[in-house]
Design a protein around this ligand. Structure first.
Ligand SMILES: Nc1nc2c(c(=O)[nH]1)N[C@H]1C(S)=C(S)[C@@H](COP(=O)(O)OP(=O)(O)OC[C@H]3O[C@@H](n4cnc5c(N)ncnc54)[C@H](O)[C@@H]3O)O[C@H]1N2
Ligand code: MOO
Length: 330
């Protein structure tokens, strides 16, 4: 049975949980570890961190200590490229053990947090991460929980597994098509090539070509076909994405795709983003906004293309809340 005793009465007994101190010098962390045998010389230090009483003893049958409760469920929640160490102060931290994109199953995460005693705080899903980055902090709120609660969390984890994972980026073969008579005829200088080169530079990639095309459906389709024959993973089209009579790029993407995933998304700038898929190749129409805005809808999805995620219409349509990116920095 767990008992509350005066610190002086705890001498010779093991601490039931990690004890945290917050110091004037900025320190916040464990001052005494779980299992530490309390000594007479500890009393002053314990009082300095506000402990007049301590828990001693053992949990009754059917209850699980905070650190055991979080550690026990970890493997049922995580997928590839995530690691963790033993919990401290009741908290477990899942970290990336590879560069890539962090993906969380939102429905699964909601269920975990809605269950009862457990809490999991994550960085936003689809964030680009580096090996060693913190992804998730998980702990139960009370000092111990019921065995049944632990089993419920494991079941949620198994139902959605993985709820947390890091997908590695792949090397992609990229074909680029810059549309517009004004650029094709050199009436004006092209401004898209440096933009797309800079955006791709973060990732391992091979550029199959950067072709300037007139606003001619067959011409553009032939260039895109050439990229498909050369096994492009990603074809990026710029220009001609909106409502003018010369804006034919979305129609080209629709015609050439096995499936048009989305035409136009609730994100600004980058409203007119159009995405189709042909076999495993993403065909992506990037609206003009990416020329003057550093961060647009295209930048939200570029990491997902490089992680070869299987994108659905909902991945685009869910972005309305927060989709007004104005002022957002990279
Ligand atoms: N009445 C409406 N006007 C606009 C709409 C709309 O729905 N109704 N949509 C707006 C959105 S959103 C965008 S984005 C822009 C333009 O989109 P486009 O992708 O169709 O761009 P273009 O029409 O091809 O060109 C617009 C502008 O940008 C210049 N441009 C395009 N590509 C290049 C390049 N590679 N290098 C340099 N300059 C380029 C082009 O010459 C035009 O000046 O439409 C909004 N308007
Ligand atoms: O589709 Mo536009 O300006 O929002 O890029």
């Amino acid at each position: 049975m767990l008992r509350k005793v005066k610190v002086e009465e705890a001498i010779g007994k093991p601490l039931f949980h990690d004890l945290t101190g917050i110091m004037a010098d900025g320190f916040k962390g464990v001052v005494f570890k779980r299992g530490h045998i309390v000594e007479e010389s500890d009393i002053e230090k314990l009082k300095n961190i506000g402990k007049e009483n301590l828990f001693v003893g053992e949990l009754d049958y059917g209850f699980v200590h905070e650190e055991d409760a979080i550690k026990e469920v970890a493997d049922d929640l995580i997928g590839e490229n995530i690691c963790y160490k033993d919990p401290s102060e009741g908290k477990i931290t899942f970290k990336a053990n590879s560069d890539g994109i962090f993906v969380t199953n939102r429905k699964g995460l909601f269920e975990l947090n809605n269950e009862g005693d457990y809490t999991f705080a994550t960085i936003p899903s689809y964030t680009k991460v580096f090996s060693g980055d913190n992804l998730v902090g998980g702990r139960i709120v009370p000092l111990f929980t019921k065995r049944e609660e632990v089993e419920n969390i494991k079941r949620i984890g198994q139902r959605y597994r993985p709820i947390f994972e890091v997908k590695k980026f792949h090397k992609l073969r990229v074909g680029i098509i810059i549309t517009g008579n004004e650029i094709y005829t050199a009436r004006i200088d092209d401004l898209f090539e440096p933009v797309i080169r800079e955006k791709l530079s973060f990732y391992d990639h091979e550029i199959l070509g950067i072709e300037k095309c007139p606003d001619d459906m067959n011409y553009i389709k032939n260039v895109a076909k050439g990229y498909l024959e050369r096994k492009a993973d990603l074809i990026v089209f710029s220009g001609g994405m909106s409502v003018d009579p010369d804006d034919i790029t979305p129609t080209i993407i629709k015609d050439m795709s096995d499936k048009l995933i989305i035409q136009g998304i609730p994100v600004q700038p980058g409203n007119m983003l159009t995405v189709g898929i042909k076999d495993k190749t993403y065909l992506v129409g990037v609206p003009g906004a990416s020329i003057h805005s550093k961060f647009t809808s295209f930048d939200i999805f570029l990491p997902r293309f490089f992680a070869k995620l299987d994108l659905k219409k909902e991945d685009f349509t869910e972005l309305g809340e927060g989709g007004l990116l104005a002022g957002r920095k990279c």
